[in-house]
Ligand binder design. Structure first.
Ligand SMILES: [Mn+2]
Length: 324
């Protein structure tokens, strides 16, 4: 595990190289894509060549972001690149195999992230677990180095931070976060328009998914754990896309008295994806996830584990009960 590098050293890396591949985790969310575009568009404005790769491509829900058409699947053959930069990705494996193959010719790996569980897998690491979003780290890097902040990067950074903070609500949100948002507005960000595009533009199938999830909702007898599940067949029944479930867990986290909300999702092939949200630091869901090989943040963490889903539920709910 290596120490964090300085922002100054990152600046030297940006100055001394020409071609960059920016990558983020599989099943990308707003912070993943927003961080790629935020940093990438700034590097392009400095005259650099930038590739934007994601193993699962761009979710439809983020296609409104200017420049998002640049996000592509990783190419099958590795191009000549100088620097590979992983953004918002807690472990190298979460980038996906295609990204690792595509970035094989990188001379240097940079790891920029805010997950406390990040093992610092880069040659150079900048991991700030006090930041509510990787997008905010990207903003601070650009500011500190006096890098350009094109309008597309401005919008992308705002969406990255907004989506990772539950619209600036979670306790991870700091005064710095609000100052950043104010600065982005000073730079011309249209906050009403961008929030409408981010939050008031869901496909109907997402609400059909919500209805199906509500039918499986359960509360533990003490009222402290709310959980629901999604079986794999729903994916085809409702023609779902991976991003359709994004953020729905916040609905059950918001139940009065609930300490931990859990979403159990059966994946194609029988594995189970578990998402957990805790209301405050008295229950650290990252520690619970770690018991099953998962990770994340104290208040938001995830696991991929073997099925069947009924077994996964039993094990994870027992671990949560023990932690509470
Ligand atoms: Mn993030």
């Amino acid at each position: 595990m290596s120490e964090n590098t300085s922002i100054q050293a990152l600046g030297e890396i940006f100055d001394q190289h020409q071609t960059f591949a920016l990558m983020s985790h599989m099943r990308p969310d707003g912070d993943a894509i927003g961080s790629q575009l935020g940093l990438g568009l700034a590097l392009e404005a400095m005259g650099k060549t930038v590739f934007y790769w994601n193993e699962d491509g761009l979710p439809d829900s983020l296609a409104f972001l200017p420049g998002s058409e640049k996000i592509s699947l990783p190419p099958a053959e590795a191009p000549e690149i100088d620097v590979a930069i992983a953004l918002d990705t807690a472990t190298k494996v979460r980038l996906g195999e295609g990204n690792l193959i595509a970035a094989a010719k990188a001379k240097l790996w940079v790891n920029i992230d805010h997950h406390i569980s990040n093992p610092r897998y880069g040659d150079v690491n900048y991991v700030d677990a006090t930041s509510p979003a990787t997008g905010q780290i990207v903003y601070e890097i650009l500011q500190h180095l006096g890098m350009p902040l094109p309008d597309g990067a401005r919008d992308a950074i705002y969406v990255a931070v907004s989506t990772d903070t539950g619209s600036f609500q979670y306790e991870s949100t700091t005064a710095r976060t609000y100052r950043m948002a104010a600065d982005l507005m000073d730079r011309g960000l249209n906050v009403g328009d961008i929030n409408a595009k981010t939050y008031d533009s869901h496909p109907y199938r997402r609400i059909e998914l919500l209805r199906a999830l509500l039918n499986t909702l359960e509360l533990t007898p003490d009222g402290k754990v709310a959980h629901w599940q999604m079986l794999d067949h729903l994916r085809t029944d409702l023609a779902l896309k991976p991003e359709d479930s994004e953020g729905l867990i916040d609905m059950i986290r918001a139940i009065r008295g609930v300490q931990v909300a859990v979403f159990f999702e059966e994946l194609p092939g029988g594995k189970v994806r578990v998402s957990m949200r805790s209301k405050d630091r008295s229950v650290n869901v990252c520690d619970i996830a770690a018991q099953f090989g998962g990770g994340g943040h104290a208040l938001a963490a995830g696991i991929r584990m073997p099925g069947p889903i009924s077994d996964a539920k039993q094990q994870v709910l027992a671990a949560i009960t023990a932690a509470i």
